[in-house]
Design a protein around this ligand. Structure first.
Ligand code: PMV
Length: 368
C-alpha cells in the first residue's frame, strides 16, 4: 500500500520554492554498482520492469558525484558536466536529458545552474557498466537539493524517492541505493514490492550473504557491441519473452527464501541459471547477438570444474557483457583467490580483475 502510485504522489508533492534568489549549494554523494542475481531484461512504459529482479549491492565499484548549483540568473541554461576531469559531450547530453526528464517531480531544476563532476572508482576501460552507480549517485544529489531547498541540510534524504529517481535514469540504478541487497519489481513474495522503486532486503538477509565476495573477471574491456537499452528493446519481439518473465517471477520467489535461509546450493543453482537465461535471450533475439567471449566460456567451465573438485560454494553470474562475477562466501576467500590467480587471470584482459564484495548503498561523502 505504502509504495502505490509514487509517480502521482511525487508529482502532486513537487516542491517549488517561492524564492530561489539566495540559493546555492555544493553536495557530494557516492553510490555503488550492483550485480543482479535475478535479472531485469525487458521493460515497458517509463522505465518499468517486465519482471522483478534482485541484486547484491557492491562496495568497491562506485561513482562519486559532486553537484554545485546556483540560482539561475540568465534565461539561458548553464550546465556543465565533467567526467573524470574532462568535458564529455556524450555523457553530458545524457545527464542533461535525464535532468530535464525529472522536471515534473523536481521543477526547481529549471531555476538552477548546474556544475556536475563525476568519477568512477573502477577503470573506465574495464567494461563494467557504470549506469547503475552514476545514475543513483546523481539521483541522490537531486533528492538532496530538493531537501535543502526545503531548508533541511541534514543530508537525510528519502532513499525510496532516490530509488524512484534513479530508476528513471537507469532501471538497475533503482537497486543501488540500498545496502547489501535489494529487490525491484512487483512480486507476491514481498508485499511492499513495487515496479516504481527498489526495496531493501537487508532485514531478511542470512548472515552468510552480508560478507559475500564478488571477484569480477575482466574478460574483455571496452564498450559493449549492443547497449542494454537496445537489448531491453529486443525483448519486445523475443519469442521466449513471456516464458522468461514467468521464470523470473518464480526465481524471484525462490531466491527470496534462499536469501533468508542461506541455502548455498540453491543459491548457486538460481544464480547461474539466471546468468545463462539472460545470455540465451540475447542469442535468440531477432536479430541475435552474443556478448560472451570465448574466454567467458572457458572461465565458466573452469569454475564449474573447480566447484565439483573442491566442493567450494563458488558460482558465477554475468551482466550484459562478457565479464564474470565470481560470487562466494568470505570464508573461502583465500582458496578462491588462489584458484583465480592460477586458472582465471590468464583468461582475463591484461590479467585484470576487481576485488569487490557486498557493501553499503548510496551515501554522502565529505570530499571529492
Ligand atoms: O539498468 P539497465 O537498463 O542498464 O539494465 C540492466 C540490465 C542487466 O544488468 C543485464 C540486469 C540487471 O538487472 O541489472
Amino acid at each position: 500500500m505504502l509504495n502505490k502510485n509514487l509517480h502521482e504522489r511525487y508529482i502532486r508533492e513537487a516542491f517549488s520554492p517561492s524564492n530561489y534568489s539566495a540559493f546555492q549549494t555544493t553536495i557530494i554523494w557516492q553510490s555503488p554498482s550492483n550485480i543482479a542475481l535475478v535479472k531485469y531484461w525487458g521493460k515497458h512504459g517509463n522505465q518499468l520492469p517486465n519482471n522483478p529482479s534482485i541484486s547484491f549491492t557492491l562496495s568497491q565499484s562506485r561513482t562519486e558525484t559532486k553537484v554545485k548549483v546556483n540560482y539561475k540568473k540568465q534565461q539561458k541554461a548553464a550546465f556543465r558536466f565533467l567526467f573524470e576531469g574532462s568535458e564529455t559531450p556524450q555523457f553530458g547530453r545524457k545527464v542533461q536529458d535525464y535532468l530535464l526528464s525529472l522536471l515534473p517531480y523536481f521543477p526547481f531544476i529549471q531555476h538552477l545552474d548546474f556544475e556536475i563532476e563525476s568519477r568512477n572508482t573502477f577503470p573506465h576501460s574495464s567494461g563494467i557498466a557504470s549506469s547503475a552507480s552514476s545514475m543513483s549517485a546523481l539521483a541522490a544529489c537531486l533528492t538532496d537539493i530538493e531537501l535543502q531547498l526545503k531548508g533541511d541540510v541534514s543530508g537525510k534524504i528519502d532513499m525510496t524517492k532516490a530509488s524512484f529517481m534513479a530508476r528513471l535514469g537507469s532501471g538497475s540504478a533503482a537497486r543501488s541505493v540500498f545496502s547489501l541487497a535489494a529487490e525491484w519489481g512487483v512480486t507476491e513474495a514481498l508485499p511492499n514490492s513495487s515496479d516504481e522503486i527498489a526495496i531493501p532486503l537487508e532485514q531478511i538477509l542470512h548472515p552468510v550473504y552480508k560478507t559475500f565476495q564478488d571477484s569480477i573477471l575482466i574478460i574483455h574491456g571496452g564498450v559493449k557491441s549492443v547497449s542494454s537499452r537496445a537489448g531491453h528493446a529486443l525483448m519486445e519481439t523475443n519469442p521466449f519473452a513471456s516464458q522468461r518473465y514467468q521464470e523470473a517471477n518464480k526465481q524471484t520467489i525462490s531466491l527470496i527464501k534462499i536469501l533468508q535461509t542461506g541455502d548455498l546450493d540453491a543459491f548457486i543453482q538460481i544464480t547461474e541459471t539466471e546468468a545463462m537465461q539472460l545470455h540465451a535471450l540475447m542469442m535468440v533475439s531477432e536479430p541475435s547477438f552474443i556478448l560472451l567471449q570465448p574466454n567467458s566460456l572457458a572461465a565458466i567451465t573452469a569454475i564449474r570444474n573447480y566447484r565439483q573438485r573442491t566442493a567450494v560454494p563458488l558460482c558465477f553470474t554475468l551482466d550484459a557483457g562478457p565479464n564474470l562475477h565470481l560470487l562466494y562466501p568470505e570464508e573461502y576467500r583465500t582458496q578462491v583467490i588462489e584458484f583465480l590467480h592460477e586458472e582465471l587471470l590468464p583468461l582475463c584482459y591484461q590479467q585484470q580483475w576487481i576485488d569487490d564484495k557486498v557493501g553499503l548503498g548510496t551515501s554522502t561523502i565529505s570530499s571529492f
